[in-house]
Design a protein around this ligand. Structure first.
Ligand code: TMP
Length: 404
């Protein structure tokens, strides 16, 4: 199946199909009419012109990102520290900067700017998240960041010295509009810094659960060079990040405004050497994904046959992909534990497993915990040490299916 590329309209060739999937952050309430749940086909392909790896079918952005979008950046202590460090890095050494964040969520990044009295503006379509940001002193415009919106912000506040975005640029099928907006808003010597899942890490770790409705594009240095170029921007630095199981921070500027760091050419060469853009590599990843499903389903069926109690840990967006692709319902995973109040008391998307608060988990409550939030493994295992100490075992499926 071929469709046209969201970035350059070139032909996109499919290499992975994860089947019929619900929206990954749409948690129905127990009383909801479950027959009305929205489903789409989750499949991944690559553009043979610009190399961008992308979803073949993208649900409407307004269905995914809206007033009551439940994800909160502040839900992880590691991420809170991460964003505080990035904010300090970007703010230090600037006099009276104006900082804009695309996808400001609950203000976890911009709170550092707010606390320092730095001029800032977040842009985010979730009104609920914006209220939490406001409680942290962060100003948010509740909207999608697009080129017209960026021009309004420019007219009202002047050019931005820093535009930051985490896990948002890769989430929006209107990515060209975002980038044209950034180019319009950015001061001549400004920087645009964005962090997103990295294609190279997804392939290396067989992290097939990074493929969700919201992850519309999977960036590599090569594909991002082309994406930025279309908007008159240039990639000037790259840094691999350990957070969320393997992300990348791209730093861009107006074309010709800043010299590019050696890291850009180094990563481009590394991607070529590893064959990150080769269809054969992408198909190998698809084959390993199918292997992980077989191994995980076999393990969970064996545990059920042995009478073991299995719960999931972390009602992550990623868990929707795993559970729906592998057919994991309440008979295999009796509950999913999550600390996010907006998810608790609800059901997991598509598979309808009850989501319970961490208080429902602990020594003796389960024999095995399937770690859906594997990207927060250290933080969660430290918090839930008593579970393992009482003989509970953690089950993982990235990079391999394993029992700790
Ligand atoms: P994420 O992988 O997309 O960041 O989602 C992590 C999910 O896991 C989110 O719903 C919050 C939840 N979570 C916990 O329940 N406890 C924790 O300690 C952490 C770090 C996350």
């Amino acid at each position: 199946m071929a469709t046209s590329c969201l970035v350059c309209t070139g032909p996109v060739t499919q290499f992975l199909d994860l089947g019929r999937q619900p929206l990954s952050d749409a948690f129905p309430a127990p009383g909801d009419d479950l027959s009305r749940e929205y489903f789409f086909r989750l499949a991944l392909g690559q553009c043979s012109t610009c190399t961008m790896v992308q979803l073949l079918e993208v649900p409407p952005a307004e269905r995914m990102f809206h007033q009551t979008y439940p994800y909160r950046s502040a839900g992880s202590a590691v991420m809170r520290e991460h964003f505080a460090r990035v904010a300090e890095l970007l703010l230090d050494g600037r006099t009276d900067p104006f900082v804009v964040e695309i996808g400001s969520n609950d203000g976890t990044f911009l709170r550092t700017a707010a606390e320092r009295g730095v001029r800032h503006l977040g842009v985010d379509p979730s009104g609920d998240a914006a209220l939490e940001a406001a409680a942290r002193g962060v100003r948010v415009r509740v909207d999608f960041f697009t080129e017209p919106l960026a021009r309004h912000v420019l007219a009202e506040h002047g050019p931005a010295d820093v535009v930051f975005s985490a896990n948002t640029v890769s989430h929006d099928p209107n990515v060209n509009s975002i980038l044209r907006g950034v180019a319009a808003l950015l001061a001549p010597d400004g920087v645009f810094v964005f962090e997103d899942p990295y294609l190279g890490s997804v392939l290396a770790n067989t992290a097939f659960d990074q493929i969700i409705d919201e992850h519309v594009l999977f960036f590599s240095a090569r594909s991002v060079v082309g994406l930025l170029h279309r908007a008159g921007l240039e990639l000037v630095d790259v840094e691999r990040l350990p957070v969320h199981g393997g992300q990348i921070r791209f730093t861009a500027a107006h074309t010709g405004a800043r010299p590019a760091a050696a890291a850009v050419d180094e990563l481009l060469a590394e991607e070529d050497a590893l064959g990150v853009h080769r269809m054969s590599r992408l198909r190998e990843f698809a084959a390993r994904t199918a292997d992980r499903r077989r191994a995980l389903v076999a393990l969970l069926r064996r545990l059920r046959a042995e009478g073991a109690r299995v719960v999931g840990y972390g009602a992550t967006a990623k868990s929707a992909t795993v559970a729906n692709y592998c057919g994991l319902g309440p008979e295999l995973v009796s509950a999913v534990i999550d600390a996010t109040p907006a998810k608790q008391g609800r059901l997991t998307p598509g598979t309808h497993i009850p989501v319970l608060p961490p208080e429902a988990f602990g020594p003796g409550t389960a024999d095995y915990a399937l770690l859906f939030a594997w990207n927060h493994a250290e933080e969660i295992m430290a918090k839930e040490r008593a579970f393992a100490e009482a003989g509970g075992r953690w089950v993982r499926y990235v990079p391999e299916v394993s029992v700790d």
